[in-house]
Each structure stands twice: as C-alpha cells, then as structure tokens.
Design a protein around this ligand. Structure first.
Ligand code: DX5
Ligand code: ZN
Length: 222
C-alpha cells in the first residue's frame, strides 16, 4: 500500500556513536517515522560504521521500524545476520550484488521488507527485471559514504521514472530519497513524489528536530 504522507527516516549516522541510545530517543521523541541505519564496509564506500550488533542492541529500545541501508560489497553474506538482529527492512545496492534477485528473494523469505538502492551514476533501467521483488527503492542523491553532503538534484529525476514504472506495472514499492535532505531541498523530493525522506545531519544538527521533521513532511511552510 502506498503512503499518503511523506515519511521521515532520520539516520543515526549523524548521531553520537558513543551514545546511540540517545540518538534513537531523539528520533522517537521528535516524530521520526523510521530509524535509518547506515552500514558501511570501507570498501563499497570509503567509510566504516557498524554491523548487526548495533541493530540487535537498538531493537529492544524502540518500536519504530529499523531500516537498514547496506553500503557494502556482497551484501548477501550479511542479510541473515541483520534480519536476525531485528531489522525490519534491508536495502542493498544493485551495484554491489550480481545476484540481486536472489538476494531480494532471500530478504523476503527472512520475513523482511526488501529494498534496492542506486548510487547517483546508476540509471533506473538497471532495476528492470527486479522491481516486482522490491518493497523499497532507495534513490541516493549523494555519493554514499558520508553524511552532510550536498544533494545532487538531478538524481531526483529517477523518482518520476520509478513512479511511472510503478504505475504501469501495478507494483506497490515505496520510493525513498537519501542524501542532502534538509529544509531547503526536501520540497524538491516531495514535489517529485518521494514517499520517504532519509535525513541525517539536518535532523541531528537542528536546534529543534521536531520542527525539522514537520517541515520535511511539508506540513508547514519554511
Ligand atoms: C550516505 C547515507 C545517508 C546519510 C544522509 O551515505 O546513506 O543516509 O546519512 O545524511 P545527510 O542527510 O546528512 O546527507
Ligand atoms: Zn542511507
């Protein structure tokens, strides 16, 4: 089922890694709809973050969905560990996985929502053939690896192409935008029809994170 209101998924990448529980509470208490967890392997992307243990430790602390974004090579080697740790959705990169169909199928068989992501240089056509097995398409609007980068607005054209594909095929996957979402760019992502906005630095660096969530949802004029 498609959502009617834009959902906001703050990313713990911009939280204090020495106190992730506090970051999680900030998300819960300020209206986040999902918790975005950026997993980086130092190989597919030039940065390292955390593994399934982080998901396991956060799981009992919240009822919000834990949305895991795997920025790693050979994600198929780790999906079971993230599923067992308590992830609700697991998204991997089509560029990092030759057998994307098998991996999507495996995620669903583990009872989780299956997501596929595209870096800025990857066209939507690469998803042709697997969209029927996808619950979420995560359109990257920065080159993945770091929070706090500027959005590449051209990437948003992919959202329209995906909406068209969704309509013509009768599929029901959600479309998320990730990277450089803030008070000045969120309306661009909403305007093209994104269902979910991932947000790191603009949420965690805000003086009033609740107001940021409201603004990103478009429920008040900035
Ligand atoms: C980038 C990550 C994003 C990032 C978003 O590699 O996938 O989720 O944390 O952070 P901001 O909102 O600061 O661009
Ligand atoms: Zn992410």
């Amino acid at each position: 089922m498609l959502s009617t209101q834009t959902l906001i998924a703050p990313s713990l990448l911009s939280a204090n890694f020495a106190n992730m529980g506090a970051g999680l509470r900030l998300i819960e208490e300020h209206g986040g709809d999902l918790v975005h967890l950026d997993v980086m392997d130092g190989h597919f992307v030039p940065n390292l973050t955390f593994g399934p243990q982080m998901v396991r430790d956060l799981r009992p602390l919240t009822r919000l969905p834990l949305d895991v974004h795997l920025m790693m090579d050979q994600p198929e080697r780790h999906i079971q560990a993230f599923a067992e740790a308590g992830a609700d959705s697991i998204t991997f990169h089509v560029e990092a996985c030759v057998h994307a169909h098998r991996t999507l199928d495996a995620i669903r068989k583990l009872g989780k929502k299956a997501g596929i992501s595209l870096v800025p240089s990857t066209p939507v056509v690469l998803l042709e053939g697997i969209l029927a097995w996808v619950d979420l398409v995560l359109v990257m609007t920065v080159n993945p690896g770091f929070g706090g980068q500027e959005m590449i607005p051209d990437c948003l054209d992919k959202v329209g192409a995906l909406i068209e594909r969704r309509r013509s095929s009768g599929a029901s996957f959600l479309i998320a935008v990730d990277g450089g979402i803030n008070l000045s760019t969120a309306h661009l992502a909403r305007r093209v029809g994104a269902d979910i906005l991932m947000v790191g630095s603009a949420f965690f660096n805000a003086a009033d994170p609740r107001q940021v969530v409201r603004s990103l949802k478009g429920s008040h004029i900035v």
